[in-house]
Design a protein around this ligand. Structure first.
Ligand code: ATP
Ligand code: MG
Ligand code: MG
Length: 546
């Protein structure tokens, strides 16, 4: 592992350990199960689980499930799968809803200390009374009820005695605070919705600010890490913990969220893409979700490497898409075996080859002999890429041209002598001859053949569909445009029907390949066909700035 400077959180942990502020490091990753995890969550996962590992501590996976309206058990399962796939193991699996009873008792403690009250203003009125950055808020007329009245009314809320929106519990703090979050934040509201964990047990649900700090304390979290937009919420985090009898005293630290060029990192917006069927589900290979990246063919190691390279700071910035792609490209350049596939095929007939097809040994990796060789069949009829042939071309075109020679990768030199057109005027066949003395060596008479093209034998190649992806959005910051739908890249998926060499047949579906000259590919993990294999392009061979 490359040594890197410690980030500000590690520095804080070091000093906390040194000063005996904490003795062990306990972190948690707290997703709300209202969607699938995305690449932004990967940053938080790598940070929280990474710190636990680095400091020999623990990290819990905690479902922050206090808003049953948008949460489902399906999302819970998908999140667990993604965290595991990324290579992390949680110490304990928890739900904020595990703590509903305790949270309720702490709420009663606040009421009993005169620090919370039941408000009967409507949501709109609460908003109006709150004021804004330039205007202080006004006290609710219900703010000064007695402790016993508040206890009774809170009990009534819990028993279903108030309709939704007719009552809520609020902290009694300061309606003129310069921090809006401190203007008597709502702690509990009434919701007659079934919860995926607690079913119909509760009709009052605690709010994020009340739940998060107490859940952290219950779990003995030492360093509670969240993104910068929660900076102000740290005030309420501290206020609640300072005013209840809980012993453990966690602290919150904020880091900047991951923003990625051309990418949405908001579950809500990603959910819109899924619901409105712009993509084929949460795991569409164009989605920045963990499951989408997995289906696309990213490795867990490449995502962890990306998170390590971007680091953890308090500066808001946007990372280039190339930074993510570079991580998988480097991984696959080293680890993916080379294979030949023709995405858009045109037939080549080698007139002077009348023998039976035979097999040639081809290296699986140009710079790593340990990866071995494979058998590639050569036959009278082969497929080459349509774009690799031209009837006429200048010297820059280093592929097959009528009347000229080119080398078939791992194989002989061939020469194009004639072209057969179909009834629509497009090329049907290219008639060639091969030089039998060029296998593994240059032509004997010393003539130079510059170009090399890939090919597959038409007698034993496998039919395959190739799905080639581009970024999902044309705009560098789709979250910033009024309607991200207007910025969808209509060419984000292009499908080709071609052939891949037979050697991929023996492999695991998860195997990743470099299709020479075409990029890195893996089989789709969801779509199968009896007639042909289906491959996703993971990433191109080189950085594109399209
Ligand atoms: P979204 O807006 O996509 O729903 P969220 O923050 O509401 O994101 P949570 O499920 O609450 O999603 O997030 C779980 C954890 O992941 C939180 O600690 C959150 O701060 C972190 N997280 C979410 N998005 C990012 C991001 N883009 N970069 C870094 N961390 C993130
Ligand atoms: Mg959240
Ligand atoms: Mg959210």
């Amino acid at each position: 592992e490359v040594a890197r400077p410690k980030n500000f959180i590690e520095q804080k942990i070091d000093s906390d350990l040194e000063n005996n502020v904490v003795t062990t490091v306990h972190t948690r990753f707290p997703p709300e199960p209202n969607g699938f995890l995305h690449i932004g969550h990967a940053k938080s996962i790598c940070l929280n689980f990474g710190l636990a590992k680095e400091y020999n501590g623990t990290c819990n996976l905690r479902f922050d499930d206090t808003n049953p309206l948008k949460e489902t058990a399906e999302f819970v399962e998908a999140i667990k799968k993604d965290v595991k796939w990324l290579g992390f193991k949680w110490d304990e699996l928890r739900h904020s809803s595990d703590y509903f009873e305790q949270l309720y008792l702490y709420a009663k403690e606040l009421i009993s200390s005169g620090l919370a009250y039941v408000d009967e203003l409507t949501d709109d009125e609460i908003r109006q009374y709150r004021g804004n950055f330039t205007t202080p808020g006004k006290n609710s007329p219900y703010r000064d009820r007695s402790i016993s009245e508040n206890l009774n009314l809170f009990e009534k809320m819990k028993m279903g005695g108030f309709q939704e929106g007719k009552a809520c519990l609020r902290a009694k703090i300061d309606m003129s605070s310069s921090f809006m979050v401190m203007r008597d934040p709502v702690l509990y509201r009434v919701r007659f919705i079934q919860h995926h964990q607690t079913k119909d047990k509760w009709c009052i649900y605690p709010m994020y600010d009340f739940t998060h700090c107490i859940s952290d304390a219950i779990e003995n979290i030492s360093h509670s890490l969240c993104t910068l937009e929660f900076q102000d919420n740290r005030r309420i985090y501290d206020w609640i913990l300072d005013n209840i009898s809980i012993k453990s005293r966690p602290h919150q630290y904020e880091f900047s969220r991951l923003n990625l060029e051309y990418t949405l990192t908001s579950k809500r917006k990603l959910s819109d893409l899924v619901e409105e069927r712009f993509v084929d589900g949460w795991d569409d290979p164009r989605m920045p979700t963990i499951s989408g990246l997995r289906r696309r063919g990213y490795t867990p190691a490449s995502i962890r490497e990306f998170c390590s390279r971007i680091g953890v700071t308090k500066q808001e910035n946007t990372i280039e898409l190339n930074a993510l792609e570079a991580c998988i490209r480097e991984d696959l350049n080293t680890n993916a075996r080379r294979v030949m596939a023709v995405l858009d095929p045109v037939k080549v007939i080698i007139e002077n080859f009348d023998d039976q097809p035979f097999f040639i040994d081809a290296k699986n990796h140009p710079n790593n002999d340990e990866m071995g060789t494979r058998k590639v069949q050569f036959s009278r009829e082969i497929w080459i890429e349509r774009e690799d042939f031209k009837v006429e071309a200048n010297k820059k075109f280093k592929r097959l041209v009528l009347g000229k020679e080119v080398r078939l990768r791992n194989c002989f030199v061939i020469k194009a002598n004639d072209v057969v057109y179909d009834e629509y005027g497009s090329i049907k066949e290219i008639i060639c001859t091969y030089d039998p003395n060029t296998l593994g060596q240059d032509p004997l008479d010393g003539r130079k053949v510059k170009g090399v093209i890939h090919w597959v034998s038409s007698t034993n190649a496998i039919s395959a569909q190739f799905r080639v992806y581009e970024k999902l959005f044309n705009h560098k910051n789709p979250a910033q445009v009024e309607d991200f739908r207007t910025e969808l890249n209509l060419k984000s998926l292009e499908t080709f029907n071609g052939f891949v060499e037979n050697s991929v047949k023996e492999n695991d579906i998860e195997e990743r390949y470099q299709f020479e000259r075409k990029g890195y590919f893996t089989q789709d993990n969801k779509d199968f066909s009896k007639e042909f294999l289906i491959f996703n392009q993971i990433v191109g061979l080189r950085e594109t700035n399209k």
